[in-house]
Design a protein around this ligand. Structure first.
Ligand SMILES: C[S@@+](CC[C@H](N)C(=O)[O-])C[C@H]1O[C@@H](n2cnc3c(N)ncnc32)[C@H](O)[C@@H]1O
Length: 272
């Protein structure tokens, strides 16, 4: 898919779903785990009751920002997204949820952050959630990461929840062991190639830790339930909900206890 088709896809979903979760994902349970993983990390960074400034790049209709605002009463959140319809929805949802005083939503492109008006020079945390996989080449993904890292203050963090071919391939291997066909990424996605991305993070001087917060959930959703369900992925299967509840209840230890089989991983990068 060329970049214009990718943008059209997100405009289309934003127009169809507005402030609803369907604008950015089909997997409600994954969204719960993503917000939980982000919030746990931010607590670990000591942001519990600190007046922290956080930026989400590719914020969609703002669900992560509102999830964090609800848990961190003094956090100020900026979200940028290149889809104007997503930003309109995020602004509407900010008012509806009462977070308009602690959140701002701006139009901007991860590849042209320096041109985005209204952003702070630096943030305590900059994060992405399934944004950079929409960028069409590894070179451009790395360029975006460089500009995101430049917006992080010293001692702050860049967090990227992005899909990775490394764990996706492992998940597909499990499917083939159970006689299920391998899945393929959506046409508008380029999953992280860690053989290129990880060395790039190193050249930026970042200290990197990877957390596989969604492994159990994705094994259930994409491997085990399809294995007993005629091959179908069932987003609302009770076992998928049970896997989500177990991960949420047991976090942080349990979230890491089920290997590295999720399509998403959380790349936590500290700027020393
Ligand atoms: C899968 S949605 C995720 C939205 C949000 N991060 C979440 O987790 O709910 C991907 C979002 O990234 C945005 N996006 C994709 N490429 C972008 C870019 N280069 N700059 C800014 N936003 C981008 C899309 O418009 C879309 O809203």
């Amino acid at each position: 898919m060329d970049p214009e088709q990718v943008r059209a896809h997100w405009r289309d979903w934003a127009s169809k779903f507005g402030t609803a979760i369907g604008a950015t994902t089909r997997t409600r349970t994954a969204k719960m785990l993503e917000i939980d993983a982000l919030a746990r990390r931010m607590s670990m960074f000591g942001l519990g009751d600190a007046p922290a400034h956080v930026l989400e790049v590719g914020c969609g209709n703002g669900l992560n920002c509102f999830g964090l605002a609800a848990q961190f009463p003094r956090m100020q959140l900026d979200g940028i997204d290149y889809t104007a319809e997503m930003i309109d929805a995020a602004r509407e949802a900010a008012v509806a949820s009462g977070f308009q005083d602690r959140s701002r939503f701006l139009i901007g492109n991860a590849l042209e952050l320096s041109a985005a008006a209204g952003l702070l020079a630096q943030y305590d945390v900059v994060f992405t959630d399934r944004c950079l996989i929409n960028i069409e080449s590894v070179e451009l993904q790395m360029r975006a990461i460089t500009s995101l890292a430049a917006r992080v203050r010293r001692g702050g963090h860049l967090i990227m929840i992005e899909n990775s071919t490394a764990t996706y391939d492992r998940q597909n291997h499990c499917r083939t062991l159970l006689n299920l066909p391998a899945r393929t990424p959506a046409a508008f996605n380029l999953f992280f190639d860690e053989t290129r991305i990880l060395p790039h993070l190193e050249t930026l001087g970042l200290e990197v830790e990877i957390e596989d917060f969604i492994s159990l959930h994705d094994l259930m959703l994409y491997v085990l339930v399809p294995a007993i369900n005629g091959g179908a992925v069932d987003y609302d299967h009770p076992l998928v909900h049970a896997a989500t509840q177990l991960t949420l209840a047991g976090s942080p230890e349990l979230s890491r206890a089920f290997g590295a089989f999720g399509q998403g991983r959380m790349f936590v990068c500290r700027k020393p």
